[in-house]
Design a protein around this ligand. Structure first.
Ligand code: PRP
Length: 207
């Protein structure tokens, strides 16, 4: 008998690709999975329970053990530095973290400011560059910041590059590539190793 497992899934952009990957790996996900507003979905035939979380919160649920495993972007893992195991690169939702701003602009000498949804990533990047900047945390529409004069630079995800382009911004540096990862709670991994390994193997086979 398979043990029951809870998987934290990221809502939004990554969800569709993640659900498609699970289906390709043979997991029987019901059709209502894709457009339900429910936040907990059980798939009894698979002994699986899915919780649908904000992408940034997936690693929090997994670290606290209320989800055994989860699908989280590398960006979230770098930002949150949670105590979770990274089991597999799912190679979905590929994008990258970059520094961007208005073309031909410099970071202010007097009070340099960088806006980001990733304050830890941004601050460690600029520290490594030897630059002392004030980080301003935003929760979305980061590209607004340089346009409206809140910051000279942003640190954000670039996927197609469309948002930067449409807002007249340019990239100044690439920080790191990002894809989604399968992560596990360390205790769950010990207790439910067989079941989790089985899932990793099924996914690894189709990646
Ligand atoms: C993300 C990211 C960029 C955009 C990049 O924002 O923060 O703004 O996508 O994608 P692109 O390179 O394909 O244009 P998201 O749409 O998730 O919303 P947010 O602004 O609320 O973070």
């Amino acid at each position: 008998m398979n043990s029951f497992l809870t998987i934290a899934m990221p809502k939004g952009r990554i969800f569709e690709e993640a659900a498609e990957l699970l289906r390709k790996a043979g997991f029987q996900l019901p059709p209502e999975f894709d457009d339900s507003r429910k936040l907990i979905l059980e798939v009894e035939e698979e002994n699986l329970r899915f919780i649908l979380a904000k992408p940034m919160d997936v690693v929090t649920y997994v670290e606290h053990g209320v989800a055994d495993i989860g699908i989280a972007g590398k960006d979230v893992m770098l930002e949150e530095e949670r105590d979770v195991y990274e089991l597999l690169d799912l190679k979905i939702s590929a994008c990258y973290l970059a520094v961007a701003g208005l073309p031909g602009t410099k970071i202010s000498d007097i009070s340099p400011k960088v806006a980001s949804k990733y304050p830890n990533v941004a601050s460690s990047y600029f520290r490594q560059q030897g630059e002392q900047v004030e980080i301003i945390k935003l929760n979305g529409s980061i590209e607004l910041a340089p346009l409206i004069g809140l910051a000279e630079r942003i640190v954000d995800i670039v996927s197609t590059g469309q948002t930067l382009k449409e807002n007249g911004l340019v990239e100044y540096a690439k920080i790191t590539d990002v894809t989604s990862r399968l992560v596990a709670n360390p205790v769950s991994y010990r207790i439910k190793e067989q079941r989790i390994t089985e899932i990793v193997d099924r996914l690894a086979e189709i990646i």
